[in-house]
Each structure stands twice: as C-alpha cells, then as structure tokens.
Design a protein around this ligand. Structure first.
Ligand SMILES: [Zn+2]
Length: 403
C-alpha cells in the first residue's frame, strides 16, 4: 500500500493502547531509542522495504528462493511451574508454524474469493534446534526458573545474569523466549534491521504459544506466533504505523490500505479506508484477529520475507543448528529441576529408569556418570565448574546450567 508520510515524526514509545495485543512496534521503538546503531539499521530496513514496495520486479526473489529450514531454540522462563510449558506444547507451536508458513493450513478455503489467489507458501521450514553453538546435541529447549515478574516486559529476558536466559547466537538460531508479559500483551518480535539487536528474537506469552497446555482461547491455535515470526522476517502490521491514518504503509502492494487493527472475527467485507473495493484483509496473519480467523500471507509478503532472508538474516541459510540426528535417534527431553542450579538437582526419567546417565561438558568430556536406581534421582555435583552441561541417557537428553 502507498505511503505518503515516509517517516513518522514521533511516536510516544511508552504509550499503551487498551488492547496491547502485539508489542512489536513499541518494543522496536524502545530499542531504537536505546541503541542508535540498531536505529540506523531499522532506517535501512525501511529504505529497503520502501524500494521493494515499488519494485514489482523483485517478485523474482520468490522464483529464485530455495527452501530453508530455520533452527529454533525456545527458552522457557517460568516463575510458576504452570508456565514451565511442556515439550509437546512447544512442538505443537512449531507444527502450526510449518503448516501456516507453507500454506498447508486446512482453512485456506475460508479466505474470501477476492483474496484467495494471493495466498502462497513461504517455503520456510522451522525445526527445534538439535545442536547448540558448542556442538552438543539438544532438544532445542532451555528451561530457567526465574524470580523476575513479567520478565518479557521488563526487558531482562535475554540476560542470564538478570534472571533471563542468554540467546544462542542470533545469526544462526531463531531465539524464542516464552515468559510472562505484562497486561494483555501476547508477544513481540525484534525486527531484522541491518544491525542485529542483542534482544533479537521473539518473546511470547505462554497463553498464546502452541495449541495445548497454557494456551488460552481465542489465541490457542498458534497464530500469534505466526504473526510474530512474520515480524521477525521483516513484515509490518497491515495498517503500517499506529497513527490511525490511511497514509501509512506496510510496504506490501497486494494488501489493501487499512486504517488500524481489526480484532476478533470480522465479517467480509469490512471497510476502513477509501478506494479499497474489497475492504480490509483482516484474515491476514499480520492483522490482530482471533487465531481461528487468520489464514494467509500474500505473495508480496512472502517476497519481502525472502528478500529479508537473503539480506539481514542470510546467516540462517548456513546454520548448523539442525541436523536431524536427535529425531533420528528418537531422543526425548529429560526433565531436570531446578535449572539453573548450584550443582544439586533432580532428574526425572519418566516411565523407565535408564541403565546409565552421563553428564558431558562443553568440550565433550564425560564429567560424571551414574547408574540410576529410581525414576527420580538427586544428582549432587557442586564441585563442577559453572557452565552448560548435557545430560544424556540412552533415550533422553537435556542441558543444565550450573552456576
Ligand atoms: Zn505485530
């Protein structure tokens, strides 16, 4: 859509809307204000996007795009056990992401006829990482007990020393923190400017992540995360900036101009700006509808994501964070608590007590080995130096941080 005012004069960074559904605009502005290099990188991203908007020939980006698999690490930060979400809930979200990004969702036929031909696959796949930056096998999930309330909003989620969890190298992994967010916020993503933020990644509330467990209606079908991954790959809200005018842009020429966000499930057609014969594309993932009423990315949105993948997120093409080996060996996630610990922690094996458990340091050395006799064991190794260790049984794996 066309934008008349290319640069907003000012937005109050800390203003809260009544329904602060996605905090991406607010959090990116906050980051732009605190980091001038990140701010410059966002200006460059805006310039790239504006050029893309008027250059229809860049559709060829799509034609030359080779399917990519992005390794994902999910950092669960919890104050209460309820928010220590299950591996199954995390996997349910990854499944939705793959389905929706590849136009394999069964509700494509609910797209109004006039928009249907625009829906397309992004040819981007996501898998939980199975190798960390040190080369250790992993299930792609870290779990951290924290005492910080609303840690996602407090902007401490990405710092291990302040109750959060340090990201894995952001050039090679899509980092996701699932943690408490204040008020009505469901999530946010840091935009892929040409200078990566130290906060780069996506932050999600447990109530809008996955399709099981803590996920709550109407955000329990995984679409909020699809929306946030759209931001992570450079997409903006359909209405452009939050100035409630029909002149701001999302840099996408095949989405109608839209005044502001649509909540819930709107009837088709719903109009907000003059000159848009079909009204708003409220069923697009980059609006704010209920999970059950969002079904598509358009061709130009996919083109822009491909352009961003090839520019500001190109290192993801070369990540070694997913090998397929853990899935092949059918290793499941080992339950460890507390994590991080001082070297004294419980390990829970589930149904079967394994013959052996090994603790492996970052150099690949086995530093502790033990034959468990019960389904829950207390491991007592306070003498080990602080660091990240892998805990491995013949059928399970996880990582523990020793402080
Ligand atoms: Zn958003």
């Amino acid at each position: 859509m066309r934008k008349l005012l290319f640069f907003l004069l000012f937005i109050n960074v800390f203003s809260l809307t009544a329904q602060d559904h996605c905090a991406s605009d607010k959090e990116n502005l906050r980051e732009q204000h605190s980091d001038s290099e990140f701010d410059e990188g966002i200006q460059l991203l805006n310039a790239l996007s504006a050029e893309f908007e008027f250059d229809q020939s860049s559709a060829s980006v799509r034609d030359g795009f080779k399917e990519v698999t992005i390794p994902v690490v999910v950092h669960v930060l919890y104050r209460e056990e309820e928010n220590n979400i299950s591996y199954e809930q995390i996997q349910s979200q990854i499944d939705v992401l793959n389905r929706d990004f590849n136009a394999e969702n069964g509700d494509l036929d609910k797209i109004p006829e006039v928009f249907r031909a625009l829906a397309t696959s992004a040819q981007i796949r996501f898998r939980l990482a199975d190798k960390d930056q040190y080369g250790n096998f992993t299930k792609g999930v870290t779990r951290t007990l924290t005492t910080v309330e609303n840690i996602g909003t407090e902007n401490l989620y990405h710092q291990s020393t302040r109750g959060g969890r340090d990201p894995w190298p952001q050039v090679h992994y899509m980092n996701v923190w699932v943690c408490e967010l204040e008020g009505n916020t469901l999530g946010f993503a840091i935009l892929p400017g040409s200078k990566m933020s130290e906060r780069d990644g996506i932050v999600m509330s447990p109530r809008a992540f996955g399709t099981l467990g803590t996920a709550k209606e109407p955000y329990n079908l995984g679409r909020t995360f699809v929306h946030e991954v759209g931001h992570y790959l450079g997409l903006r809200h359909l209405w452009g900036s939050d100035d409630e005018s029909c002149s701001s842009t999302d840099y996408i020429s095949d989405t109608p101009t839209q005044l502001k966000e649509n909540f819930g499930c709107k009837p088709f057609p719903t109009y907000s700006c003059l000159g848009q014969p079909n009204g708003d594309m409220f069923m697009n993932y980059m609006d704010y509808g209920n999970d059950s009423c969002m079904y598509l990315f358009t061709q130009r949105q996919v083109d822009l994501m491909h352009l961003v993948m090839k520019t500001n997120r190109s290192a993801l093409f070369h990540s070694e964070g997913f090998t397929g080996i853990v899935a092949e060996r059918n290793l499941s996630e080992l339950k460890i608590y507390p994590n991080p610990s001082e070297g004294i922690f419980h390990v829970e094996f589930g149904e079967q007590t394994p013959s052996k458990i090994e603790l492996v340091n970052m150099l690949g050395d086995v530093v502790y080995s033990y034959s468990p006799t019960s389904k829950i064991e207390l491991i007592n190794v306070p003498e080990l130096p602080p660091g990240i260790y892998s805990l491995i049984t013949p059928s399970q794996i996880n990582q523990i941080v020793i402080r």
